[in-house]
Design a protein around this ligand. Structure first.
Ligand SMILES: [Zn+2]
Ligand SMILES: [Zn+2]
Length: 474
């Protein structure tokens, strides 16, 4: 019944003028990137990888980067050029979801600020007529909010700057179009025991323990913006760096502190009727999440755009860029086009040829982007007669070459366990539910097979489907 109500609601939505926005994330600019093993911090950091893998990474590395390193300038510049060429004009805004700076150690605050200035200049030139809306990633530390506000004051209106200077979060009200964009500082909710607080001046450790339930009052502010939007009958997008839930490639690793993760999901359930989209980065992979109501109905969705950097601790990916298409009146997201760079090819040709990887609706044969349609898509991951998981998995690593993917991921064996890991991450956004989802299946699997038995894939999928049905009914 709920499904039909949701479907009718969607069918009754009147589409207005179509608009576009880019979403780029996790550039992780490394100004020290070099192909030489001795003078680059990233190669030194990877010395825990065995030599065979290092040889493979080095063979595929080049001017535009390496699967073992953060982004060189050439890669970032090529991404900016690609955005300008593919759709530089006629876009509404650009979402820039953080981690602009590199994982690589040993960058002074001065160098970090210079890197951020270079990136800001590049984006300002690329989008001279549009606003770029940044959020802070967990690597964007060592610079206080005021410095960052000064850097970005040509993009943010006065009220947004006033909030940002003290907290690192802000909101933009698109008054003529009846929607708001809420930009969160998810660093305040991270699962690290201390909260990253950019108010602390440079040269300090720039972390401050804040175990309060509402660091810098972000929860109270977040709820008040949602309340205001609802009272005005307006809709919202939520934009941040670290999303709730777990990393689908790191098998259950969470990003937000549990109490903040829980509170975020509660708030999304409470305001699902006005939330038109949630956009995050951080995991570097191409994936999505479905949020469910207390009675288990899909009520909201989260999209995670893949990173520009090819490097991620849990496994690399090709660089990606995303162009969203949306209804400018209702804020309804209509589709997106995912662009990517085949990194080894770019390095061997000496030219970065960004191309379209897929478009969401066509890739998964969806009719629309709703919580229900994405819930159904996740369900299809577990069905052996559907190739949805194969398609999702290729997109998840941004079409990573097989020889690299084999080191890290499902290794080409897209079996039930691998599909389950992704299914549980997409549909279970708190670590305990994720682990119950995954472990119930693993337990059943162990008890129905002899240790040496090779389990037939079809049986595996059938078993998986039964278990998921049981789990969902709980
Ligand atoms: Zn991050
Ligand atoms: Zn990142």
């Amino acid at each position: 019944m709920i499904r039909y109500v949701l479907l009718l609601t969607c069918l009754c939505t009147v589409h207005g003028e179509v608009g576009y926005f880019w979403h780029l994330s996790d550039m992780h600019y490394d100004p020290k990137y070099s192909l030489q093993a001795n003078d680059n911090s990233c190669w030194k950091m990877r010395n825990n990888m065995d030599s065979e893998h290092m040889r493979l990474y080095k063979r595929l590395a080049g001017t535009f980067g390496s699967y073992g390193c953060d982004s060189p300038w050439a890669l970032i510049e090529s991404a900016a050029q690609a955005m300008r060429e593919k759709h530089g004009k006629g876009i509404e805004f650009v979402l820039w979801t953080g981690d602009a700076l590199s994982h690589a150690a040993g960058m002074s605050p001065e160098l970090r600020l210079q890197c951020l200035k270079n990136l800001t200049d590049l984006l300002s030139h690329t989008f001279s007529e549009q606003f770029v809306f940044p959020v802070l990633g967990h690597e964007d530390i060592g610079l206080n909010f005021t410095l960052l506000a000064n850097l970005w004051n040509h993009w943010l209106p006065e009220e947004a700057l006033a909030t940002f200077k003290n907290t690192g979060f802000y909101t933009i009200e698109q008054r003529t179009k009846n929607y708001w964009i809420i930009f969160l500082n998810t660093n305040l909710w991270l699962n690290v025991g201390s909260v990253i607080d950019n108010r602390v001046p440079q040269r300090s450790t720039n972390t401050a323990t804040d175990n309060s339930n509402d660091p810098l009052g972000q929860w109270a502010w977040f709820q008040s913006v949602l309340d205001t939007a609802r009272s005005k009958k307006e809709t919202v997008y939520i934009v941040g760096h670290t999303a709730p839930g777990v990393d689908e490639r790191e098998h259950g690793a969470g990003g937000l502190k549990e109490k903040h993760n829980t509170r975020y999901l509660q708030l999304v359930r409470q305001y699902a009727d006005i939330i038109r989209g949630q956009f995050f980065g951080h995991w570097h992979s191409d994936t999505f999440r479905v949020v469910y109501s207390d009675i288990g109905s899909p009520v909201s969705w989260i999209m995670m755009a893949p990173s520009i950097t090819p490097y991620q601790q849990g496994g690399p990916n090709n660089p990606g860029l995303r162009l969203y298409e949306f209804d400018k009146t209702s804020g309804q997201v209509l589709d997106y086009k995912q662009y990517y760079l085949n990194l080894p090819e770019a390095n061997s040709f000496g030219r970065a040829n960004w191309v379209m990887e897929y478009s969401l609706l066509k890739h998964y044969e969806l009719k629309e982007i709703t919580a229900l349609s994405l819930h159904d898509l996740a369900d299809r991951f577990t069905q052996s007669n559907d190739n949805a998981f194969v398609r999702y998995y290729a997109a998840n690593t941004v079409s990573l070459p097989r020889e690299v993917e084999e080191i890290w991921g499902c290794g080409g064996a897209l079996n039930g366990a691998c599909a389950l890991q992704h299914y549980c991450s997409v549909t279970r956004l708190d670590p305990v539910s994720y682990s119950n989802c995954f472990q119930s299946y693993a337990f059943a699997l162990a008890s129905t097979s002899s240790p040496s038995a090779q389990i037939d894939l079809v049986i595996l999928y059938q078993l998986l489907a039964i278990l998921l049905t049981i789990l969902r009914c709980r």
